[in-house]
Design a protein around this ligand. Sequence first.
Ligand code: AMP
Ligand code: ZN
Length: 471
Amino acid sequence: MENKMQIFNTLTRTVEPFVPNEDGKVSMYTCGPTVYHFAHIGNLRSYIMEDVLEKTLRYAGYDVKRVMNITDVGHLSSDADTGEDKMLKGAKREHKTVMEIAEFYTKAFFSDCEKLNIKRPDVVEPATNCIAEFIHMIEVLLEKDYAYVAGENVYFDTSKLKDYYVFSSQNEKELMVGVRDDVDEDTNKRNKSDFVLWFTKSKFDNQELKWESPWGVGYPGWHIECSCISMKHLGEYMDIHCGGVDNIFPHHTNEIAQSEAFTGHKWCNYWFHVHHLNDKSGKMSKSKGDFLTVSLLEEKGYHPLVYRMFCLQSHYRKPLEFSYEVMDNMENSYVKLRKTAAKLDRGGTFEQEQFDEYKEKFLSALENDLNTSMALTVVYEVLKAEMGDKTKLELLDSFDEVLSLDLTAGEVAEDNGVDAELEAYILEKIEERKAAKKEKDFAKADAIREELLTKGILLEDTREGVKWKKA
Ligand code: AMP
Ligand code: ZN
């Protein structure tokens, strides 16, 4: 297969031709969410851009297999081995068990993904499914002398590697080592940069999820899960691994350390990292300021795909600042775009040459280190071009295989200012009221009307049936 894709590789810090291990096939791994809370729209920026990467590779003709983990154990508040277990924090906050929290927020994550037209990866594997694989990898690391037991935990010995800080320049390495020297860390560690593979001597006596292991009852560290889950489904050689930039260190650095110590050879060739979405005060987080979720955007009246378009307008390697002003502009552009496409007529002749020309232009933009804003420009060029409607529509359908903006789904419905949950409730109550009236239970019918009014919803009986509006 001809390789035209060029992508920035964090490992080499350059834009490189993308050449997979096996011709025409791509193995791709994505660090999945830690399911202790809703994803914020910053997290979802990473998943949108990874989705575009996957779809671009498919569009270019590759057969992609994509795997994602779900972190439901082992991720502590700090990405190093300190702080509270995030899942336990979620369980305490909501007075539920860890597995209830995991189930609820995994569903919520995929529901957000669906709203944003993010394709579900081919394989999704929760960490708690793979304890045997983690134990096996840790046993091999101990046998090969890359790991040691201290204070009843198992640690990875980073001094055994020629180059542990694979993603960093010499200056950065010195800085990182310097910073780590100041941190008051676990005294069991032989080197400051060592990390936990398996905890038994846990600081958290109330840790809910624990498993038998050769080192005692305990639970895995966070990093080991991605090495094992990716190898379980993609084998020992991987083409491309994705995540947000905060994953570069320590998470991805540790993944490489374990995986290459385990296999004895290079593991993954390309590393794709999405820069952060920030709010005005800096990096978005779940603990400070407005906790921005897809549902919050919907409550404020935005179509979720407006946020997808917001992300596509900017390059994945640049930090992106969220603002409602830009979202408002984007909403206007999106509504207009859908309206323009809705006016096109599917009949007429199809112009193959024009189709090929624009498709090539669109793909070239994406093959140039995923230039999504240029790809969107091609959409506007097509709409303005001297070309039959049929060809334009076929091009939009084709581009939407990657952009996933529902470009040809008709006009965006007028927003009625009510979220989907309340709308469903109103419709249910209208049906109940109809039934009450039929049974001449007018008191009940009136009570339903009053109850909706307290929610700000006014019912009107018209000749065409019952209508509702905001009071
Ligand atoms: P987590 O659920 O914390 O493990 O994070 C899920 C994904 O979101 C990871 O790939 C992170 O690197 C990424 N991420 C976290 N914060 C942001 C942000 N503000 N902008 C973009 N991506 C982020
Ligand atoms: Zn990971």
